[in-house]
Design a protein around this ligand. Structure first.
Ligand code: SAH
Ligand code: SF4
Ligand code: F3S
Length: 455
């Protein structure tokens, strides 16, 4: 049997990339905690440092190598102080895509662990400490991962991520995710419900369901049949304490009718949807292998808004995909004007090794991409501001998450994912309370309680 390890060891995890990496980092900490690892804020004194990496754009993945260089220096200093050894582990999507290359290029790295192999971490660390055996684990076996991730979750507030689906079969021609996260795979309903119940018992009120293509969810339900995401969310909303649900990220082609209907019928589902379209040009959408056109996307948004008129949207856009002309880019601006976004992420196209788009002709010059990005961002900022202005004067249910910096100020979360700063509300942590929005902050809203509220 396992006997508890007595000496506390320090673990530092640095997370890059998407929310799924945030979730995975939390789960890695959960697996390592029974082995005596406690979280450390900084890496300089850590016994184990995990870089949970992202491969999505060149900048993201190149960061890893400079970070490894920095850690190598810290390791030297730590050992010189007599502080013992620092183990350096590389996890995440760069580990999956370039595992062997990392080992060759950065000998300071002790072990490399892909996103589906985190449950092997204790064993890999033990082996590394003994300085022998294999140091690379990068298989695709998500079921084994989730079976083994039974360690208790540590909860830090009333909101939490919960991964329900991993991987992607869509193969957009620009994207590495199908290669780093493998094929689409959904967790069984029962294991998700169990994790959500445990979260609720620890005070979580709002759960964001995660998946690379979360709306392609088709995990096995209690009846042995595949469940849809909508069905799963109705079951989650039954759990005592789970008052708010969100899901991200979705593909337009997987918005089933029952999911659209859930936006109208399921009160717990927040009126905020991240639904990337990438481009407004049919020609570019085809070249991206998105398998949907501009009109289909706009029509889809119309149908979801018919179910939930106060729905606010966010999206992802890529500018400068190979072959994108001024006209194609204008089509993107036009789509943004037609749809109207409360927020959006915008990226310059970054060629990724091994993806079809990287070898397409007519790569767009950097200066052109810069100009387009700037123009798109200006439009998005305008829309974001206009959206926030519509909220001033409204009363919104706010979930209080943490204390503010001043006095009895508290910071909560609006249905539209904005931070809301409210005075005299620090007794309301974990509660959902109506707040009148009074003013706009920089990246936030200010609000006031309608009347003093009892704790
Ligand atoms: N469906 C995924 C998308 C992951 S990538 C999810 O679960 O979030 C997030 C966004 O990064 C994409 O929507 C796309 O807009 C952007 N992106 C992906 N590959 C890119 C590339 N090669 N260059 C620039 N942006 C890219
Ligand atoms: Fe990447 Fe496209 Fe899959 Fe999203 S749907 S993860 S952009 S391949
Ligand atoms: Fe990055 Fe992997 Fe997420 S490439 S965006 S960390 S799925």
């Amino acid at each position: 049997m396992n006997s508890p390890v007595r000496t506390p060891k320090k673990l530092h995890i640095k997370t890059y990339g998407c929310q799924m990496n945030v979730y995975d980092s939390e789960r890695m900490a959960d697996i390592l905690r029974p082995l005596g690892y406690e979280m450390a804020e900084t890496s300089d004194d850590a016994d184990l440092v995990v870089l949970n990496t992202c491969h999505i754009r060149e900048k993201a993945s190149e960061k890893v190598y400079s970070e490894i260089g920095r850690l190598k220096e810290q390791r030297g200093e730590k050992e010189a102080r007599g502080g013992g050894r620092m183990t350096i582990a590389i996890a995440g999507c760069v580990a999956q895509a370039e595992g062997q290359e990392i080992m060759n290029r950065a000998p300071a790295v002790d072990l490399v662990v892909g996103p589906q192999a985190y449950h092997q971490l204790p064993e890999l660390i033990a082996r590394t400490t003994r300085m022998k055996g294999e140091r690379l684990a990068a298989d695709f076996a998500p079921d084994a991962k989730f079976d083994a991730l039974t360690a208790e979750r540590t909860v830090t507030g009333p909101t939490a991520f919960l991964t329900v689906q991993e991987g992607c079969d869509k193969f957009c021609t620009f994207c590495v995710v199908p290669y780093t996260r493998g094929a689409e795979w959904s967790r069984p309903v029962a294991s998700i419900l169990e994790e959500a119940k445990a979260l609720a018992a620890k005070g979580v009120r709002e759960v964001t369901l995660l998946g690379q293509n979360v709306n392609a969810y088709n995990g096995t339900g209690g009846d042995g049949q595949p469940s849809t995401l909508a069905k799963l969310m109705y079951a989650l909303a039954e759990i005592d304490g789970i008052d708010r649900l969100r899901y991200t990220t979705s593909h337009p082609n997987d918005m089933g009718d029952d999911l659209i209907a859930a936006h109208g019928g399921l009160a717990a589902l927040m009126p905020y949807l991240h639904l990337p379209v990438q481009s407004g040009s049919d020609k570019i959408l085809r070249a991206m292998n998105r398998k949907h056109g501009r009109a289909a996307y706009i029509d889809l948004i119309g149908r979801i808004k018919a179910a939930r008129p106060d729905l606010a949207l966010s999206g992802d856009f890529i500018v400068g995909f190979p072959g994108e002309t001024d006209k194609d880019f204008d089509d993107t601006l036009d789509l943004v004007r037609t749809v109207g976004y409360a927020s959006a992420f915008t990226f310059k196209y970054s060629p990724r090794p091994g993806t079809p788009a990287a070898s397409m002709p007519n790569q767009v010059p950097e200066a052109v991409m810069d100009d387009r990005l700037q123009r798109l961002n200006a439009l998005i900022v305008e829309q974001q501001q206009a959206f926030k202005e519509t909220l001033v004067g409204q009363v919104l249910p706010v979930l209080f998450e943490k204390r503010g910096r001043y006095g009895r100020q508290a910071i909560g979360r609006s249905p539209y994912l904005q931070s809301v700063f409210v005075e005299d509300a620090d007794h309301l942590m974990g509660q959902i309370v109506p707040v009148r929005i009074t003013a706009l902050g920089n990246n936030s809203l200010q609000g006031a309680l309608l009347a003093p509220v009892e704790a």
